[in-house]
Each structure stands twice: as C-alpha cells, then as structure tokens.
Design a protein around this ligand. Structure first.
Ligand code: HEC
Ligand code: HEC
Length: 149
C-alpha cells in the first residue's frame, strides 16, 4: 500500500513538472529562447527525470553528449543549437564524483558509480521498480531534488 502511494505521488509530481515546458510552448515560445534549465527539463526529462548534472563529472557528460545518437540504445539526439545549450548546462554544473567504467565502450551511468553502488547496490530491482535508473520508484519526489527543475 505504501509503495502504491509513493508511486502515485511521484507520478503526480512528475505530471506537474512536465506541464511547465508545455505551457511555454502553448504560449508560442521558441525552445531555444527558454532558460537553460527549462530546456534541459524538456529535452532530458522526456524519457526519465532530467538527472542533476552533479551526479556525474565533466568527463562523463562529455562522453554522454558525444553519443546521444546511441543513448543506452535510444536515439536522444536534438537540434545542434539546443544540444549546445543543454550540454553547456551539464558541463557548468557537473559534479566531482569519480566515474569509473569497466570498459571505454560503455556510456557513463550514475548507477555504475562507486557511491551509488555503496548506497544502493544491494536494493532489489523488482518489476515495479523496473530499473536502477528509475530513481523516483524508490525516492519520493526524486524529480525535485535529483532532477533539474
Ligand atoms: C528518447 C529517450 C531519452 C532521452 C530524450 C534522454 N534519455 Fe537518458 N536514458 C534513456 C534510457 C532508455 C536510459 C537507460 C535507462 C535504464 O537503464 O533504465 C537512459 C539513461 C540515462 C542515464 C544513465 C542512468 C543510469 O543508469 O545511471 C543518464 C545519465 C541519462 N540518461 C542522461 C540523459 C541526458 C543528460 C539527456 C538529455 C541530453 C537524456 N538522458 C535524454 C532515454 C533517454
Ligand atoms: C530500488 C530502490 C532505489 C532506486 C531505484 C534508487 N535508489 Fe537511491 N537509495 C535507495 C535506498 C534504499 C537508499 C539508502 C537509504 C536512504 O538513504 O534513503 C538510497 C540512497 C540514495 C542516496 C543517498 C546516498 C548517500 O551516500 O547518502 C542518493 C544520493 C540516492 N539514493 C540517489 C539515487 C539516484 C540518483 C537514483 C537514480 C539514478 C536512485 N537513488 C535510485 C533506494 C533506491
């Protein structure tokens, strides 16, 4: 029961979050004129929460932005002018967490970092949680303190 409530609250908060850029579009705002954080929320928050830049170091974001055409198996490309603004936002606000990757072919993951594994490595990923990257399944209101807004 508790789990259900958490999911519902997270979904409601997420819906509220997504309404922002839509409202801006309805008003006829050109995407490139949005403040950088709203642009990030729109572009990087479409498929999952727009993860906070401080969760990965600059070197990791560099790799991630160089491989948007094959983003964990998905195409997350966006127009070049938008990519430039979003990328700058991530680079300027990047964290200092140490990023280790078992293979140079891997795209960096927050969930592959030592601090993440230490804190969460043993939690069970049930079908309801779906993925380690689905922070909001376990952290209520994750998008408000783990995501860009
Ligand atoms: C088209 C959908 C889509 C878009 C748009 C998208 N992503 Fe993703 N992203 C994914 C998928 C799918 C995964 C893998 C999720 C999983 O493993 O469960 C992912 C994973 C990630 C991860 C790794 C999460 C982990 O496991 O630690 C990061 C970091 C990330 N995305 C950042 C971004 C950023 C930054 C942007 C904007 C530039 C972005 N994503 C846009 C689909 C998308
Ligand atoms: C399967 C459930 C689950 C998922 C999914 C999950 N977490 Fe956690 N997380 C936990 C638990 C349990 C803890 C440890 C207890 C606590 O501090 O709340 C924790 C702790 C944390 C902490 C505190 C760590 C510390 O060192 O104090 C951070 C930050 C965090 N999670 C971020 C994330 C991010 C970012 C994601 C998504 C990429 C995520 N979590 C996904 C369950 C989860």
């Amino acid at each position: 029961m508790r789990a259900l409530t958490t999911t519902t609250i997270a979904a409601l908060a997420l819906a509220g979050c997504i309404a922002l850029p839509q409202a801006a579009n309805a008003a006829g705002t050109d995407s490139t004129k949005l403040p950088p954080n709203e642009l990030v929320l729109k572009e990087c928050g479409a498929c999952h929460i727009a993860y906070l830049p401080r969760f990965l170091p600059e070197s990791a974001w560099t790799r991630l932005f160089a491989t948007l055409d094959n983003h964990y198996g998905e195409d997350a490309t966006m127009p070049a002018d938008i990519t430039a603004v979003v990328r700058r936002f991530y680079m300027d606000n990047a964290g200092g967490f140490y990023w280790t990757s078992p293979s140079t072919k891997e795209i960096p993951r927050i969930t592959a970092q030592a601090w993440w594994k230490r804190a969460m490595g043993k939690v069970e990923i049930t079908p309801r949680i779906r993925s380690k990257a689905n922070c909001g399944a376990c952290h209520t209101h994750a998008e408000w303190y783990m995501g860009v807004r």
